[in-house]
Design a protein. Structure first.
Length: 143
């Protein structure tokens, strides 16, 4: 292993650890009536919807059986609606409802408030570095 590869590996390990801890902190900060996997799927429906169920399963990295449970929870809470694809009656699209958009907005706002409080202790230079780092992370995960 070269020095560069070792440094890249160390950076990757650290990034995974930091992101994992950040996600756990944010999940603990706000209780929702559904699981984090259901809210993640809702966020994907809001971002990409109307979305076919197969594409949602692919984007969320879940099996069709798991997606079925997630969609059941989304529909039970009134967060999504399903409509049949007129060009393929076997397929369906999922769209976010106003209640789903509101639930996601509430979650994102609560998480943002937690982060604003945490970021208040950062210096101006650290806050700028964090903002710049977000652009890099977004490019890293772009799909």
């Amino acid at each position: 292993m070269t020095a560069v590869a070792g440094q890249e590996l160390a950076t990757a390990v650290r990034l995974g650890d930091v992101v994992g801890r950040l996600v756990r902190m944010l999940r603990r900060s706000h209780v929702t009536p559904v699981s984090s996997s259901v809210m993640s799927a809702l966020a994907t429906v809001v971002r990409y919807g109307p979305i076919r169920l197969g594409e949602l399963a692919d984007r969320e990295g879940v099996t069709p059986a798991t997606l079925s449970k997630i969609v059941t929870a989304l529909e039970r809470e009134g967060y999504t609606s399903r409509r049949t694809d007129p060009s393929d009656r076997r397929a369906a699209f999922l769209s976010a409802t106003a209640a789903g958009q509101a639930a996601l907005d509430e979650l994102l706002s609560a998480r943002a408030h937690v982060l604003v409080e945490a970021m208040a202790s950062l210096s101006d230079a650290d806050a700028a570095a964090l903002a710049a780092g977000l652009d890099v992370i977004e490019r890293l995960i772009a799909t």
